[in-house]
Design a protein around this ligand. Structure first.
Ligand SMILES: [Fe+2]
Ligand SMILES: [Fe+2]
Length: 497
């Protein structure tokens, strides 16, 4: 067991000799003092967990922390802890890991990761109480088992009146971490497999055969599991829209969106599975609409419209005939029937008597509305920009969407969904890469710069976080408007390979 008080000694020695350090000496000083700081943080976390704040061991540990912080601040005039992958940096110097400090490094990294914290800047005014508040909050939030982001920690600090720390999310480059790489690959596999199984299932229904319901169940289960594990990769794939087969990708997209949305609304895993099944089947009735009608580009006559408007109840009939489910999929039937009804029942089919659209149908309606309007289809060669679609869903009450669910949806995909091509005020073009983890920065996603200010195409292009500010507090880059990738000959999918 390391006594936290012992480790502050070398840092104090170092500062005595630190007046005119060379670069190398300064780096080695930061390495030693930084390591001491991490070990001290770890020691403090341990005693905070064991004893009440007034206990002497806690007080000593916190005082050591203040001293260790000051040692670095005196020498470098700044103190920033930053994580990147498996490394910890102090003032841009990467700390070396050895067996002695392995426990403290990995513990701190895991606590910070669970809290969504990537950087902590400390001012010289940080007191023992400030450190106590910070570490206690990090410990309790990381142990909460919930999805925590840096913003939650910042809120807690503000509530406690602590202003001596500035916290930031993990760097964008963390996206290249092993975890994210694996999550992305798994998402791609899940996506293409889901599309293939959906295609097979709808094909069977069209031919009047029984679809393989076991396969469908497994697909939905995988989607639920993956969204519970890491949501961004799969949701990101749905908005890239680089796929041809609208009918099948549409069902899979609506399923992914609905499950991710349901998770945010607090549904249980079992409910998410039911919702996912219902969402995947929401347009199953279209398998009973003649292909000639479905593929018609223009001049739909009354008869065609009657066929299309019948797909909700045709779907209910189709579900009655699916065998292999232990019980009838009532919820899926309700979703089939209600997903075009709108919250005020002005949609179709017309309700015979007053009714409330079920919560599952409301969720699926939002996911469906967004995906349908942003997709390229036979009769919609230029899809609307995702941002315009979201604005319409939010601001036009006649669309008949549940406003709370639309809000949740916008929070999830961002105002500029992943894959959107945007023009920046620097005259660069960029593709939205991921939603900003900070919900306050919903209009400032992480983007990939795909063309410079002179129009030179950049590939693969660098990532930029639009919340980045210059020293004077001005945002480095801001989105001016969205554009259609075809106009610039850009294939968005190429940037997500
Ligand atoms: Fe539909
Ligand atoms: Fe649909």
């Amino acid at each position: 067991m390391t006594d936290p008080r012992r480790v502050s000694t070398p840092t104090q020695n170092a500062v005595l000799t630190g007046e005119a350090m060379t670069d190398a000496a300064s780096e080695s000083f930061i390495r030693r003092a930084g390591r001491a700081l991490i070990v001290t943080v770890y020691g403090a976390m341990r005693v905070i967990r064991l004893y009440p704040p007034e206990n002497e061991a806690v007080r000593n540990a916190l005082n050591d922390l203040v001293t260790a912080g000051k040692t670095l601040l005196d020498q470098d005039k700044e103190l920033e802890l930053r994580t990147s992958g498996e490394f910890i940096f102090v003032n841009s110097t990467r700390l070396r890991l050895d067996l002695d400090n392995y426990a403290s490094f990995s513990h701190l990294l895991s606590v910070l990761r669970k809290c969504g914290v990537g950087t902590i800047s400390v001012t010289p005014e940080a007191t023992a109480r400030d450190w106590l508040v910070l570490l206690s909050q990090l410990l309790s939030l990381s142990a909460s088992g919930e999805d925590v982001i840096v913003h939650d920690v910042v809120e807690k600090l503000e509530a406690a009146g602590v202003t001596t720390f500035t916290l930031g999310p993990p760097p964008v480059t963390d996206d290249d971490s092993d975890f994210m790489r694996r999550a992305k690959e798994a998402a791609k596999r899940t996506y293409s497999h889901s599309v293939a199984v959906t295609k097979e299932c709808m094909g069977s229904v069209r031919l009047g055969q029984a679809p393989n319901i076991k396969k469908i169940k497994r697909v939905v289960q995988t989607i639920v599991d993956q969204i519970l594990n890491e949501e961004r990769s799969l949701v990101g794939l749905t908005t890239i829209r680089d796929y041809d087969e609208y009918t099948f990708t549409h069902s899979v997209n609506v399923c992914i969106f609905s499950v991710a949305l349901g998770r945010r609304l607090g549904l249980s895993k079992l409910q998410l599975f039911d919702l996912g099944m219902a969402a995947l089947f929401h347009d199953i009735g279209k398998s009973r609409v003649p292909l000639g009608v479905l593929n018609k580009v223009e001049n739909l006559n009354d008869e065609d419209w009657r066929w299309l408007a019948a797909h909700p109840w045709l779907g209910v009939l189709a579900l009655f005939q699916i065998r292999g489910l232990a019980e009838l999929p009532y919820r899926a039937m309700v979703v089939c029937y209600e997903h075009h009804m709108k919250t005020d029942q002005t949609g179709y089919p017309r309700a015979v008597r007053p009714r409330d659209q079920s919560i599952f149908a409301r969720i699926v309606a939002v996911a469906d509305g967004f995906d349908a309007a942003t997709s390229r289809r036979a009769y919609q060669t230029v899809p609307m920009s995702p941002a315009a679609v979201l604005a319409g869903m939010r601001d036009n009450p006649r669309r008949g969407f549940d406003q709370v669910i639309v809000k949740g949806f916008i929070n999830m995909v961002g105002i500029y969904p992943v894959g959107t091509l945007v023009v920046l005020d620097t005259f660069e073009l960029a593709i939205v890469h991921s939603v900003n983890p900070n919900p306050q920065a919903i209009s400032r996603p992480v983007v990939r710069i795909v063309s410079d200010d002179r129009g030179n195409v950049l590939f693969p292009g660098e990532l930029a976080d639009l919340t980045e500010q210059s020293a004077s507090g001005v945002y480095r880059r801001t989105i001016i408007k969205t554009e259609h990738p075809d106009r610039y000959g850009i294939t968005v999918g190429d940037y997500f390979l």
